[in-house]
Design a protein around this ligand. Structure first.
Ligand code: DP6
Length: 352
């Protein structure tokens, strides 16, 4: 009853910000993303009668660099504060993981406790959707370990309940997550396979620490922005344009709409009450550099999630030039080069 899954993070060209149903994580609008080849989570899950308590160990990028991990024993899952702490742990993260295990146990009709070990290949909670790859990998590994064999659609729906953007990390390549009124209708599916278009998402890491306000918390206040209505009104049109750009491999259209969408969502964030400023000075410096490089003929566009890191979208032919330019910017801590990638997969290399 042990299984391991690997799932990619994804970058949304059309983004999800706001829920019509908090509990079911039903989004206000559909979104479109690309799975990332170099940002992934690997998760091993084992259910066993031997476990008297649940063990969740999350190793993230920075902690695995220091070769330590954050792990935590919990006896009853949700009320885990009295449980034995091995090393430092983020209780909120842990509660979400245990909550997701509960969903899967219910579905599989089992009552066994689980051991979960999870490892990211990138800094979590810094604007790369760690919860997306995390909950996609957890969903696939835990359902398999619990003896379930779910379809891609079922896995996507289940992953969505853990974290909205995670449903987009289940299918392959370029993905759309459908907005819908019911849980059964709101899932993600592949629009094109990963090798359909040789694009790059080059991430300029400007911050490695955990962001102060999570996406979950941040988007709760979306309804306080006076610009939300205008954002949603434009959504259908923007989604159609991205789909057209994909169909015709029109890079300029794809880039322009992606950038417009990134600015739009951050305007909504900044006009929420209280306002949310995810950008740092370096974020703005990179945005301005991208605009200058483009003026000089380099076809490149930016997008930014709920964090300060900047994702640069370009074509494969321009990868080297973009990386060279980024590395010259003072303060850029790391550069991660991603190609479009396949979705969540089971693998044989277990973490324990
Ligand atoms: C800005 O999927 O992390 O990255 O459903 O509450 O877990 P929850 O939110 P989450 O939000 C991601 C927000 C975003 C945009 C996107 O990826 O679409």
């Amino acid at each position: 009853m042990k299984a391991t899954a690997r799932a990619p993070a994804n970058i949304a060209l059309i983004k999800y910000w706001g829920k019509q149903n908090e509990e079911l994580r039903l989004p206000l609008n559909s979104s479109i993303s690309i799975n990332l080849s170099n940002c992934h989570t690997i998760t091993t899950v084992k259910f066993s009668p031997k476990y008297k308590q649940e063990l969740v160990e999350i190793r993230d990028y920075s902690s695995s660099e220091r070769s330590e991990s954050r792990s935590h024993w919990t006896s009853s899952g949700l009320s885990s504060r009295q449980a034995r702490t091995v090393i430092h742990v983020n209780f909120k993260e842990e509660r979400r993981v245990v909550g997701h295990l509960e969903r899967i146990r219910k579905l599989a009709k089992i009552h066994l406790k689980a051991k979960v070990v999870s490892k990211n290949s990138f800094p979590s909670s810094a604007g790369i959707a760690a919860s997306a790859s995390g909950f996609a990998a957890l969903t696939l590994a835990a359902t398999k370990a619990a003896g379930l064999s779910l379809s891609e659609k079922e896995l996507s729906i289940l992953a969505r309940l853990g974290s909205g953007s995670a449903c987009r990390s289940i299918p392959n390549g370029f993905v759309e997550w459908q907005q819908a009124k019911t849980s059964q209708e709101s899932y993600a599916y592949s629009l094109c396979p990963p090798d359909y278009w040789d694009l790059r998402d080059i991430i300029a890491i400007v911050q490695k620490q955990e962001k102060k306000i999570s996406s979950t918390k941040g988007m709760e206040k979306v309804f306080t922005s006076p610009f939300l209505k205008a954002r949603l009104k434009e959504m259908k049109n923007k989604i159609e344009k991205i789909k057209k750009a994909l169909k015709e491999k029109d890079f300029r259209l794809l880039g322009e709409v992606t950038e417009e969408e990134a600015i739009n969502i951050h305007c909504v964030m900044m006009t929420q009450k209280p306002p949310l400023f995810y950008w740092s000075e370096l974020t703005i410096k990179i945005i301005k550099a991208v605009c200058q490089w483009r003026e000089k003929g380099l076809p490149i566009y930016f997008t930014i999630d709920a964090g300060s890191n900047v994702h640069l979208i370009c074509q494969a032919k321009d990868e080297k030039e973009v990386v060279k330019k980024l590395k010259k910017i003072n303060g850029v801590l790391d550069v991660i080069i991603n190609k479009p990638a396949q979705g969540a997969r089971l693998i044989n290399e277990h973490l324990f």
